[in-house]
Design a protein. Structure first.
Length: 356
């Protein structure tokens, strides 16, 4: 590891190139560039999760920490690591002081891996409009986490208002195990009957203020074509916020999946004995790793977000964003008017550098 104090973006690029030359072929073949935007208080968590994800998805990790935007002079401190605490690949941790933090892309763009997709992950409260952060404009995929916000449901509505294809949310990823379990259970009922199953209604029990609960109910509503309600559970839920799901089926049948307190769940369905399946709370690194498996638009997520927030036409919006300059010392930018009609196609204002 090399630490560069009060340095410049050019010095960071040169140091990374120098270390890459000494590393040889071991450092080639990255699948993507992962840009991590983290608060200082969450840098440790973000580094641990990114390291875990990089084990399955070889990538160059660029961590951006914006500190003291009101500092009188801009400053950049950087750590350049190859084969260090952030895994066997290349990584740069950049702490930006003063107004340099408002222009983080000027340092990040030259560090992108050539000809590789860019994924931006905010392990912090994302801006109300992602287009106000240039790091979101040139990213091929954008990962946020509405669970970090003080008002998770308000964050969901903000994400829906600002949504563009390529966006996703780790609150959505937290319900993957529930979705897989429910889908396989309904497939089992369908296999017994020899015909498709129709879901007439149901409830998701858990914490109504949890974004994952609302997105799970939204996914069920969008897929089943019937309203799935959210009710507060008498039990204390785990990190996912969900304690049980009950689905009312046609032919007067019912399916129930109820989480226990041991990292599993009990499945109850007609004409079958109760079965227990693993349903553990997944660490942050697993969630991030799952989202890096795909770089295309996550249409089930947009459908779930529509159902959870009541907005429509999300999947028809343009995946491109134009950078909107925003200075926190000035007034917030005027939000675009809400509309159910698709946005016109627009060109991104920023292009990837470094051959990407």
């Amino acid at each position: 590891m090399t630490t560069l104090w009060d340095t410049t973006g050019s010095a960071v690029v040169k140091e990374l190139a120098a270390q890459r030359r000494t590393g040889g072929a071991v450092l080639s073949g990255v699948a993507l560039t992962l840009v991590v935007v983290a608060d200082e208080s969450r840098v440790g968590e973000a580094e641990e999760a990114a390291t875990h994800a990089a084990e399955a998805h070889p990538c160059r990790i660029l961590v951006v920490v914006r500190r003291q935007i009101d500092a009188p002079a801009p400053r950049l401190d950087a750590e350049v690591l190859i084969g260090g605490r952030l895994g066997p690949g290349e990584a740069v941790v950049m702490r930006m002081y003063g107004r340099l933090g408002l222009h983080a892309e000027s340092v990040v763009l030259p560090l992108l891996a050539a000809d590789a997709p860019v994924v931006a992950w905010w392990h912090a409260a994302p801006p109300d409009q992602l287009a106000t952060d240039a790091l979101a404009v040139f990213a091929d995929r954008r990962i946020t986490d509405s669970s970090i916000a003080e008002d998770s449901l308000g964050a969901l509505r903000t994400l829906a208002k600002d949504y563009a294809p390529g966006d996703t949310d780790l609150a959505w990823t937290r319900c993957t195990s529930w979705r897989a379990t429910l889908a396989s259970t309904l497939d089992s009922v369908s296999g017994r009957r020899g015909e498709p199953v129709q879901v007439r209604g149901g409830t998701v029990e858990g914490d109504p203020k949890n974004a994952t609960v609302q997105l799970l109910a939204g996914w069920l509503s969008s897929r089943c074509g019937s309203k799935i309600d959210v009710t507060e559970s008498a039990r204390t839920p785990g990190a996912s916020g969900v304690t049980s799901v009950v689905l009312q089926l046609d032919q007067n049948e019912e399916v129930r999946v109820e989480a226990d307190r041991r990292g599993g769940a009990t499945i109850s369905q007609p004409f079958r004995p109760d079965a227990t399946v693993a349903l553990p709370e997944r660490p942050l690194g697993d969630l991030l790793s799952e989202e890096l498996r795909r770089l295309d638009d996550d249409e089930p997520y947009s459908d779930a977000l529509e159902a959870a927030t009541g907005m429509t036409g999300l999947a028809d919006r343009s995946p491109m964003r134009e950078h909107i300059w925003f200075d926190p010392a000035e007034a917030a930018p005027e939000p675009e008017p809400e509309s159910d009609t698709p946005r016109p196609k627009r060109k991104a204002a920023a292009a990837k550098a470094g051959g990407s």
